[in-house]
Design a protein around this ligand. Structure first.
Ligand SMILES: Cc1cc2nc3c(=O)[nH]c(=O)nc-3n(C[C@H](O)[C@H](O)[C@H](O)COP(=O)(O)OP(=O)(O)OC[C@H]3O[C@@H](n4cnc5c(N)ncnc54)[C@H](O)[C@@H]3O)c2cc1C
Length: 291
């Protein structure tokens, strides 16, 4: 294994280097995916462009519309951020179960998205928030919905030399909450067998669903939004019956594989259970926040 390591000092320099070296170059942020892939011989970049110290790409900003997360933000920062401790706590719940402490101190949310693993834990909560990605590249800047960005296992719509510069999403409506659940073969340091995120909005009485957004990871080639399950909740009484129905529809929408970690049947079962559980947690959170 041999590569040249580059340490650009600005975003413009990083993009220019990536444009110059083309497909032979890789960005490296925390390195917790890319170094393992190099060590395993899955990729052999001739140039690694270290973006970990680039200014302005780490941290969380509250904007007029919502929030902007820098791609270099670590899971530890997400876990501790005050704005995500309430209705947006799916983000904290997902961040808190990525790897162990060492990984969470260095690994970045941008790396999780661009790596595009079907089991990436931080992707489902962002999908339920309808997150968009700001991207800078040799051809200029663009914005793309996260939903359209990941196109397959390990595949994204990122062009040569393009770099994710921000992950943005709007504030939640009133009477809303989010939740995230992950199931693995053990409780810690484990890739998801299935993970589920939910974002639920109830009416002013707190008893009826206005809308729901669901996302399921590790149960298909990419994390998916089970639209029929989401639509089934609109106007329904919030509770076990509607949440269980949504879980069943989400399981039907998933297309898991059988592998060393679980059978496809077990994964489908988990999707149904975790969707019901996540929606129940959202409803509990909304109730808990009511005056
Ligand atoms: C022990 C261990 C346990 C783990 N456990 C989990 C887990 O439980 N759940 C989970 O989801 N993941 C897990 N991972 C995977 C990994 O930690 C995460 O996916 C992490 O978020 C990757 O971030 P990174 O900064 O290390 O990415 P890197 O390895 O630096 O980069 C990953 C990919 O993204 C690209 N990239 C990074 N940032 C950008 C950017 N801003 N713009 C464009 N391209 C970019 C890189 O070129 C590379 O292709 C684990 C990894 C290890 C080693």
């Amino acid at each position: 294994m041999s590569f040249d390591l580059h340490r650009p000092s600005s975003l413009a320099e990083a993009v220019a280097l990536a444009g110059l070296f083309g497909p032979g170059a890789r960005f490296i942020a925390g390195g917790t995916d890319v170094v393992i892939q190099i060590n395993r011989g899955k990729i052999a970049p001739a140039h690694l462009i270290d973006i970990s110290l680039l200014p302005g790409l780490a941290g969380i900003a509250a904007t007029a519309e919502g929030y902007a997360i820098g791609p270099l933000t670590t899971y530890r920062t997400i876990e501790r951020h005050a704005a995500f401790q309430g209705p947006l706590s799916a983000l904290v719940e997902a961040a808190a179960v990525v790897g162990g402490h060492q990984v969470r101190n260095i690994a970045t949310v941008g790396g999780n998205i661009v790596n595009a693993s079907p089991a990436a834990d931080f992707v489902p909560p962002l999908l339920t928030l309808d997150a968009v990605l700001d991207i800078a590249g040799p051809q200029g800047d663009r914005t793309v919905a996260l939903r359209d960005f990941i196109t397959g296992p390990g595949k994204t719509s990122l062009g040569a030399g393009e770099l994710v510069t921000a992950i943005r999403f709007a504030r939640l409506a009133a009477n809303s909450a989010t939740a995230f659940f992950k199931e693995g073969r053990r409780k810690a340091m484990e890739i998801s067998v299935v993970c589920v995120a939910a974002s639920l909005t109830l009416d002013a009485s707190g008893t009826r669903c206005v809308s729901a957004r669901l996302a399921v990871g590790a149960a298909g080639p990419t994390a998916l939004r089970p639209e029929r399950a989401e639509a089934s909740l609109a106007g329904q009484a919030a509770g076990l019956t509607s949440f269980r129905d949504a879980g069943r529809l989400a399981a039907e929408a998933s297309s898991p594989i059988s592998d060393v970690r679980a059978s496809a049947d077990h994964r489908r079962h988990l999707v149904a259970v975790l969707v019901e559980r996540a929606l129940t947690r959202c409803a509990e959170r909304i109730a808990g926040a009511r005056p």
